[in-house]
Design a protein around this ligand. Structure first.
Ligand SMILES: C/C(=C\C(=O)O)CCOP(=O)(O)O
Length: 133
């Protein structure tokens, strides 16, 4: 299935979905050295976002979160791509400066059609998500 969406950060990547209904504050929720979610109250607590297609509603928290995304890339523990319900500037800027493909506003609700472990391809250049479903 091929689903249209809005392009936020260019590039193409694929991987397994890691999905959360919780917004993410990259400063504070994520360890920049390991890519592990360290916020105990977060739905993904203890999980590693490295090489995953990270699906979450939007970012939150400090603007320093953009730089944390850049740290994740430099430390080789970044998500392969990201899908938001609706991106905000912190995650958008972080994805763009880090070269992580990012899309939002999928024509189908990602929380209805994606689940953890699904293999998806994200094209942040043309604005589409391809699933095996
Ligand atoms: C750049 C900032 C702090 C620092 O250098 O550590 C300010 C960030 O402000 P937020 O209100 O957290 O976005």
């Amino acid at each position: 299935m091929r689903i249209k969406c809005r392009s936020i950060s260019r590039g193409t990547a694929e991987g397994e979905v890691l999905l959360t209904h919780d917004p993410i504050s990259f400063l504070g929720n994520v360890d920049p050295n390991t890519g592990t979610i360290v916020e105990t109250e977060h739905e993904l607590y203890g999980q590693c976002i490295k090489d995953r297609v990270l699906v979450f509603p939007h970012g939150k928290g400090s603007t320093v979160g953009s730089y944390v995304l850049y740290q994740l890339i430099k430390n080789d523990v970044a998500p392969a791509a990201m899908i938001n319900t609706e991106s905000e500037p912190i995650v958008a800027v972080g994805a763009i400066i880090s070269g992580i493909p990012l899309v939002d506003k999928m024509e189908k609700d990602p929380f209805d059609i994606l689940k953890n472990g699904d293999h998806v391809k994200v094209d942040g250049s043309t604005g589409c998500v391809e699933t095996d479903n």
